[in-house]
Design a protein around this ligand. Sequence first.
Ligand code: NAD
Length: 472
Amino acid sequence: MIVERENPACPTEVVGTVPVNAPDAVDAVVREAHKQFREWSGRSLSDRLAAIRAAATELDVRTDALATLLARESGKPVADCRGEIGFAATYLRWVADHGPEVFGASAIDDGQGRISMSPKPFGVIVAITPWNAPIILSMLKLGPALAAGNTVVLKPSPLAPFAVAEAAALLPGTTVLHGGPDTVQALIAHPLVRKVAFTGGAAAGRSVAAAAGQGIKPVVLELGGNDPAVFLDDFALGPADYERLVLASFATAGQVCMAAKRLYVPAGRTDEFIDAYLAAAQRILIVGDPLDEAVTMGPVVTRAAMERITGLVRDARNRGGRIVPLADAPDSDGYFLEPVLALHLPDDADLVRHEQFGPAVPILSYRTENEALTRANDSDLGLAASVWSADEDRAFAFAAQLEAGFTFINTHNRTGMSLRAPFGGTKHSGYGREYAEEGLREYVQTTVAHAPGAFRAGGAGLPARAYPPTPH
Ligand code: NAD
């Protein structure tokens, strides 16, 4: 079967067609990936890292063409697509630079014994990625998995399958397989698949984790978020900070896992905050054709997403919310929405309680810091968060109490990422980490050989039933 992917900015335009492979395609693909694993894992680490570095260089060369393709299939502004691809290349270089620290063998050899520790690849890894940042989210899995010596079968989203497939083809040891949930189930169940890395929503994440559990296969789950941004009463934001904040919520039309999705502002400063926010939004939010360099917000990804988000805004209005438009949406058949703020909403409104994954953001007033903390943490999700304060120590102290895997200080979303900082969720936002050394270690298991000192030549020996002596 083949499905078409339309351009969400112009749904009559077909960007391309994607094959939907049936589950019976899986066995041959995984067996081939396993054959590649034997060859790839046998290469030296420096050879593998050189191949990853070469892919980064090639990604740079192809950035413009890939960015245009990604903008057409996903609806993301082309400048953002270029940024994503550049960041993916930078990440691959980081993996090549830091691979030797993580993937090299290490040993201890002293009077207590000799221990050799080898970080070993798992074998064939399955990576499943969403549509909203397909290239960076795939490279976060492919880079470390391949550096460690694994091979990867990548299952991209059918909503943005083209640019990522071209980018993945630059990396040896990678096979792209398109298919639906039943094909994913067959992939995970395959005996030669040893680990699964998934980024996407909770529903798919649950079924992926359940299937992996049946096969006792470890999983990295990077799921959704409902990120709070908490402004402490001393927050001090200039015009550029407000612009950064607006894009922290509305980049990719709000369809970002770590977007600022609930804004908590002190009651005494809410009016001032809203005035400055509206002014910044007017300066920076331009909704339109993703291929237009000036545009900062494109359409949402599908008609279904447009209808779901429209429903959330309608419900917010019915719950007594005041809806404030931030920019005009073009009059077109594309899946464009007006970006809006929602004011005066109760905490149990759907727009507050659930990940909206769209361009509609509630501003919520609070009276005490404790109240802000309780309300920010009152969610099953715990991906990212942010704290804004003129006093950095105060912000870090507040951050330590937030139930979030990653807290940005005085920024939010991609401007706050660091290659050195592990990223991932708490609670229902998932487990496992990407980026930093932790993100590399997800793709190896340390195997050990140990000769206890007591039994090596010259050792004093131990009674047969003894535990080793306590180390000092
Ligand atoms: P999605 O869960 O619909 O799809 C993600 C991937 O899973 C796609 O490849 C899709 O084809 C596949 N899939 C869908 N249903 C499946 C099933 N039943 N079994 C197996 N695979 C299935 O998510 P999406 O709409 O592409 O992305 C949006 C979600 O992803 C949001 O919740 C967002 O917050 C989250 N996300 C999280 C991160 C992160 O790093 N934590 C990053 C980006 C997006």
